[in-house]
Design a protein around this ligand. Structure first.
Ligand code: CU
Length: 285
């Protein structure tokens, strides 16, 4: 079924810093978030954060490097973002008086996505990216990133996109929402959404971890990451990531997660190489 979107004008509250960004507004088609359908997104959201098993971190994960080949003149980075220990029990969202939101989930309320540990002991929604600049020119993809509001949650919970790329913000719900974004290096914004409307926005400066809230529904939260190049990935239901076509060189690989914070690893890539790395976090919640 196809939804037709009523597009509304985007109103940026011109305030916050226009931080001088030396970073290239660039990028290629890689890495950008793909547009989720409302139905698929709702399914994915319901499936999020199954009750983690105590032995989750002991699950054997297969090697990823053998599944990927890099072109002769570039390298690829792949790996896992792993949770060690017993993760905090995920909490179900209580929709309170907002009966319509609750009814969209039947008798199975969704779980908060502040920390999602997958059944294989890995972490969902972690951003993995090369910190700083990468040699080369990477124009932003023409295709917009997409963030929807489905079942009174942000779907996906984390969007990664490039500086200069458009993002389409949608409301698939039968209720109104707003999205208040609080960047520090881009313009802050607050968009109000009647049902089935969408709007577009764009961020000029790279910035990780832009928090999103809906003022109508306090439980709604999400993050947008704006990167200066296409070398990034967000982990999904299996906690793995692939960053292809990286120019050979020495870099700092960074992982960002909203409750587990950041970790870095220095990596050196040679032409044709597939580098496999693993990050391990614990705590959070
Ligand atoms: Cu809302």
């Amino acid at each position: 079924m196809k939804t037709s979107w009523t597009s509304i004008g985007f109103t940026a509250l011109a305030a916050a810093a226009l931080a001088a960004s030396g970073c290239a507004k660039s990028g290629a088609s890689g890495g950008a978030a793909t547009a989720p359908t409302a139905a698929g997104a709702a399914r994915a959201n319901r499936a999020a954060a199954p009750a983690p098993s105590r032995e989750a971190s002991l699950v054997k994960r297969p090697s990823l490097a053998s599944r990927i080949t890099a072109p002769r003149d570039a390298a690829a980075i792949t790996g896992w973002v792993v949770y060690q220990g017993t993760p905090p029990k995920p909490k179900a969202i209580n929709f309170g008086a907002e009966k319509v939101c609750a009814s969209l989930h039947g008798d199975k309320p969704p779980l908060y996505e502040t920390l999602v540990v997958n059944p294989n002991g890995t972490i969902k929604n972690a951003l993995v990216t090369i910190r700083g600049k990468v040699p080369g020119n990477y124009p932003p993809p023409a295709q917009p990133a997409v963030l929807d509001q489905v079942g009174c949650t942000f779907v996906p919970h984390v969007v990664a996109m490039m500086a200069g790329q458009e993002i389409e913000l949608r409301n698939s719900d039968p209720v109104s929402h707003n999205i208040r974004g609080s960047p520090t290096r881009n313009l802050i914004f607050n968009s109000v959404f009647a049902t089935k409307v969408s709007t577009k926005n764009k961020f000029d400066s790279p910035e990780m971890g832009i928090p999103l809230k809906c003022d109508i529904h306090y439980w709604m939260s999400g993050y947008i990451h704006v990167l200066p190049h296409p070398f990034f990935a967000v982990t999904g239901d299996d906690g793995s990531f692939v960053i292809p076509n990286v120019p050979p060189g020495s870099y700092t690989l960074l992982v960002w997660h909203e409750t587990l914070k950041t970790q870095t690893q220095a990596i050196t890539l040679t032409a044709g190489e597939v580098k496999e790395v693993e990050f391990t976090f614990s705590g959070g919640g």
